[in-house]
Design a binder for this molecule. Structure first.
Ligand code: FEO
Length: 167
């Protein structure tokens, strides 16, 4: 049975993952408005992944005999000055999420909760991947100054991203 402190912290993380999903969906809408269907698709897939992250924790809390408590999801930002700014926000957000996962592991260690610590390792690996892919994308967008033919080409490329269900 999971301890109350750990359960509370995991419930907060469910909310953080669902908020991430909301944020990326808001960015998808922004790109849709700008007629950048590829970027919008990329953000949509990102939003689906974040929802799946939230559900992964949701299922874990249930498996451990804890109670899932869903909380209100904050309204995300919905306006950006340019594409570079959007991806700077994504990068900063993912770094913040990495910090939250690290803090969760600190709690798991303090509570001697090895099952949760082990479970969270997947998220550590996922964050390394996410930060790396977003950082690369941000650099590429800066290279093309967020416009012109480069943007058109990148939009085409990002249109091919698909969501793969988590195992
Ligand atoms: Fe679920 Fe991108 O952190």
């Amino acid at each position: 049975m999971i301890k109350k402190r750990m359960e509370d912290e995991l419930n907060k993380q469910i909310n953080a993952e669902f908020y991430s999903s909301y944020l990326y969906l808001s960015m998808a809408a922004y790109f849709e408005e700008k007629n950048l269907a590829g970027f919008s698709n990329w953000m949509n897939v990102q939003a689906q992944e974040e929802w799946a992250h939230g559900l992964k924790i949701f299922n874990f809390v249930n498996e451990r005999g804890g109670s899932v408590k869903l909380m209100a999801i904050d309204a995300p930002k919905n306006e950006w000055n340019n594409i570079i700014e959007v991806f700077e926000d994504v990068y900063a957000h993912e770094q913040k999420i990495t910090g939250l996962i690290n803090s969760l592991i600190d709690v798991a260690i303090e509570e001697a909760d090895h099952a949760t610590k082990n479970f969270l390792q997947w998220f550590i690996d996922e964050q390394v991947e996410e930060e790396a892919s977003v950082s690369t994308l941000l650099e590429q967008i800066k290279m093309i100054d967020g416009k012109g033919t480069g943007l058109f080409m990148l939009d085409r490329e990002l249109g091919s991203r698909t969501f793969t269900a988590l195992v």
